[in-house]
Ligand binder design. Sequence first.
Ligand code: 2BA
Length: 109
Amino acid sequence: MKLILAIIQSADEADTVQELNAHGFFVTKLSTTGGFLKAKNTTLLIGTEDEKVDGVIETLRKFAGHRMQLSPVTGADMRIFSHTGSNMVEVPAGGCVVFVLDIDKAEKF
Ligand code: 2BA
């Protein structure tokens, strides 16, 4: 048995948890804050069997990992990006820090 601790961007929480639940994983969400930047983030606790850990990490990578995503350009930024002919621009998103812990015993009462 393992406990996966995953610190993700709060914006990625809904899709990530929905996907994990859809695949039968139990998830606890904690509202957390980064100690360095003091920005809100979300920590997921996922208890699962050893052989399922890689699947969880793949889901975390897909739904919460670093990636580029399209975002609408607004306000003053529109002047900068007007030459592209699009009101959408690619911006960095996501980011996930994962710890996998050995669990000696897990019970539910
Ligand atoms: P990341 O390394 O991607 O970490 C993102 C968040 O994940 C962190 O938020 C923290 O909440 C958690 N985290 C990361 N590594 C951890 C660990 N070993 N133990 C416990 N929690 C951990 P922040 O602390 O606000 O950090 C935001 C970003 O600032 C970090 O991104 C990293 O790029 C940078 N950073 C953090 N601490 C730093 C330090 N002491 N010196 C230089 N850069 C730092």
